[in-house]
Design a protein around this ligand. Sequence first.
Ligand SMILES: Nc1ncnc2c1ncn2[C@@H]1O[C@H](COP(=O)(O)OP(=O)(O)O)[C@@H](O)[C@H]1O
Ligand SMILES: N[C@@H](CCOP(=O)(O)O)C(=O)O
Length: 317
Amino acid sequence: MAVYTEVPEAALAAFLGDYDLGAPVALHGIAEGVENSNFLLDTTAGRYVLTLYERRVNPAELPWFIGLMRHLAARGVACPLPVAARDGEALRELCGRPAAICTFLDGQGLREPTLAQCAELGTAMAGLHAAGQGFAAERPNALGPQSWAPLLDECRAGGDALRPGLCDALEGHLKAILRDWPAANLPRGHIHADLFPDNAFFQGERLSGIIDFYFACTDLLAYDLAVSLNAWCFDTQLRFRPEHAAAMIRAYEAVRPLSPEEHAALPVLCAGAALRFLLTRLFDWTHTPPGALVTRKDPMEYLARLEHFRAEPAHVG
Ligand SMILES: Nc1ncnc2c1ncn2[C@@H]1O[C@H](COP(=O)(O)OP(=O)(O)O)[C@@H](O)[C@H]1O
Ligand SMILES: N[C@@H](CCOP(=O)(O)O)C(=O)O
């Protein structure tokens, strides 16, 4: 369930009065999603997505996200385009929350991606990285390696209650990952940083759009690939699918070849990405009060991935 703020009809009508999008026809809450309140908005001009920003999104950073989506959409990336009101501003306020209307993208997120879909994602990610060049403003990765030790500390009690000894084991992995983390001289740029199968829309085997740029940041380009190798290339039994990983990497490299240093760094980047999602899931798992609207995701799915990449560093793709 991801509607935290209700939007009364009169408030919506007043809000839409600032746009050239016609009159409201229907507004339906979207159940998927974790961070924000999202609505399908039908107007006499067509279908849009209305987002009210909640929870983790820092309002001061919203202009960066909106600017990046505009930049990418203008360069042909199939991502939501924030729609400007008559005064030229896309970022506004509704029901006391920062809010924006974006274009609606057709297609469906995935559950278990096929080999062809992994390859499509690799191509699209490399296109996204290329299109991001030229967007000058940077956003540091707030969930990068520097954040993992403090996050682990905040999860200690809850983590060990979930599985005795978990946090000591994670501390061991963290130390090894930080020791081997590549120097910052690998290629950098703007990355999505949360390109999971539910954030990529497909029509059949063809990728039709990428959504949810609210973890996007400026970081190592190969780290983005590491996030998606984690999220796309394991089966439902949490077994690594090397052919899927190879297909994703091959398709990415057909657009932007990885340097030898990036290839060498991929295993530790994959282990780091697994740890990042394990920790944020563990944080939510242990800090979300019972009865809250947020859907918690299973941290242990990422322990399996972390253990895979730490045990078999040579076999990424
Ligand atoms: N531009 C869009 N076009 C079509 N559907 C969208 C769009 N943006 C969001 N959605 C729908 O809203 C859901 C939640 O969006 P998401 O950005 O993942 O939310 P959150 O940031 O709250 O996690 C998606 O799974 C999708 O169904
Ligand atoms: N992809 C993350 C959670 C972030 O949720 P999203 O709905 O904003 O993609 C995870 O799976 O842990």
